[in-house]
Design a protein around this ligand. Sequence first.
Ligand code: PLP
Length: 414
Amino acid sequence: MNATQLAVEGETDAEKAFFVADLSYVLKQHQRWKANLPEIQPFYAIKCNPDPYVLRLLAALGTGFDCASMGEISHVTGLGVDPSRIIFANPCKAVSFVRNSAKAGVEMMTFDNTDELYKVARAHPSAKLVVRILTDDSKSLCKLGLKFGAPLVTVPALLAKAKELNLDVIGVSFHVGSGSYDSYAFADAVQRARAAFDMGKEAGYDFTLLDVGGGFEDSTFETTASILKDAISQHFPDREKIKIIAEPGRYYVSRAFSLAVNVIARRAPPAVEDGSQDMEVDPEQPSAMYYINDGVYGSFNCVLFDHQAPQPYVLSLNGSFHVPSSEPLQPSSVWGPTCDSIDCVCPMTRLPGSLRIGDWLGFENMGAYTICAASQFNGFQVSKVVYTAGGGPDAVAVRNALREHEGGGAGSHA
Ligand code: PLP
């Protein structure tokens, strides 16, 4: 490695934080989807994690793709995916994107306002439009309704304008909010979609597409699927001519990715720092501060943007992958590597008092809205991904990857 490379890379490869992606988990989620929602075709929301291997796998499995920009559309068509498998699911697009999507052969796109209709009439008059309606997202972590979705009262006027502009509206979409923990939000949204279908009929359209959006959670998936299926059967009993699609994002990738980070610095509890072991320490307040080599400006941007509260587990302790469960824990906080004090990954957790510089921590469920929004603020590189095809995204798989990453040892210790 020459001096320029050193200046750019800084850390040695063996120290760098890295993701472990278990692609078999993505496959399992797809099979689970097919088993529970056979009637609904998933269009993976690539914004969630545009990892090239995840995209290739899903393309091979035959999913569609929800794209939010021309960049995402090019990414997906570059994999050989036919444009008919893409929905441009961003209701407020730059006019150049609308024009270029026409050139790329992408027809399906959402809208929720009149200006967008004028734009489409000018730049892509043969588009197959989908009206995105507002639904109740009050029980979700990311309330997308603050920004998107036409309230039902506005839908008749929107459809009348579309008709006047000679545009083809083919159906209705919604999003119950990302990180939705209320499965019944889907039932309520399907009922509203039914009302929008009826408004379509009034306006002279015969809708053939229902897009139930994203917001599917791993832990509540079976319950949500069952509630959703019941609602569809109730409100769309005659649906032979209706194609139903969804735009799941985090459901597919969240648990497939784990992150391993290296402890690069530590501020020990004050009593240890100043050598006077007798100082009073509140056992419920974090006193040890650990600094790791990825933070909220990097992969942990999910703390700021996605309302997540990641919790670490210990991958190696004092250089050993054998972490005794009897090790006493102390209240600790975990911080990212930048010079900004907002860069706090975990304000309160319990970690072994013997955790040292060079040890490794792991974080699970790191596949959704992490790498895709990571920056290089302060000159820190975005953590790379290593891939596995089985073994589970658990501590064993991550430790195995770590052994390979370090070439056998568990890193250097201060
Ligand atoms: N569809 C649209 C239009 C979105 O904006 C999003 C997320 O922001 C998704 C789908 C994916 O949502 P989730 O990851 O919650 O499934």
